[in-house]
Design a protein around this ligand. Sequence first.
Ligand SMILES: [Zn+2]
Length: 318
Amino acid sequence: MKKEISICNITAKQGQKAQGFINILDTETKMPITIINGQKEGKTVLITAGVHGCEYPGIRTAIELSQEIDPKEVSGNIIIVHLVNMEGFEQRRAAVMPQDNKNILRVFPGDKNGTISDKIAHVITTELISKADYYFDIHGGDLHEELIPHIYYPAKAKKEVVNKCKEIAKHFNVGYYAPSNNINGTFTSAAVNQDVPSLLIERGGCGLCQEEEVNLYKDDMLNILSLLNMIEYKRCHKDFTPEEIKYAIYLDAVKDGCWTCFVDAGQSVKKGDKLGVISDYFGNIIDTYYAEFDSTILYNTVAYSVPKGSSLVAYGRV
Ligand SMILES: [Zn+2]
């Protein structure tokens, strides 16, 4: 007999699906989750969406997967967090958790005595990642971001964990996968501190939530569950064979200002090409950015306003 699974106050029995909100420790903050306890034994996969509350394709994918997957046809367990940052979603606040203005992606493994973002990270680390054999944090390009679908893998984890991450990344229908040298992210902390192979996936952007993107996202996630022998599924789309980004540059604004971007996500650029300029509020150019090598634009900011320290553009080469 397969065991039931409980996460905080929610329990799913064998062959059943349980849904509800879990509370973040002693706070009023909640997260909507689905636990799919499969009919048969198998691996446990964790999927989180909405770490950034305005990255809609990932969030809608999580919600639709939680509705569509039948526990009777699953081997193992699938735990889906539909929205990590529900307040960010409700208030349409890009990038951060409104209560403490922190980027939840950067506070892992969290702290039960910290502010709300630290507490959310702590709950995900101790209650969710601790149960997972694999973890996928699905993003979607923020309100102000345009991107080409790509993946980040945790480069600082143990070699065997890194290898597993890269192996899975190659099965996605995206053009590129890139190393992340952070260790305090959702997926990087999971891989470095808990040895759980984990990936962050990017697809979508600019506040859009198009059905086509969501269908591609779901196709990718169902295909991965099938590769892990958890469901039977034949993928519908395979347009890309992902290539590894060996070297990338992530440019941030050094001052507050007005951003004019000259490139689009997915575009090829040559060394020396002008990527964009920041002007002051009188129209005087205060900073100009050029490509340092021949590369592909992974993402770029489409917003005219760029606060100091915010990202402008990222480009990389294979
Ligand atoms: Zn994101």
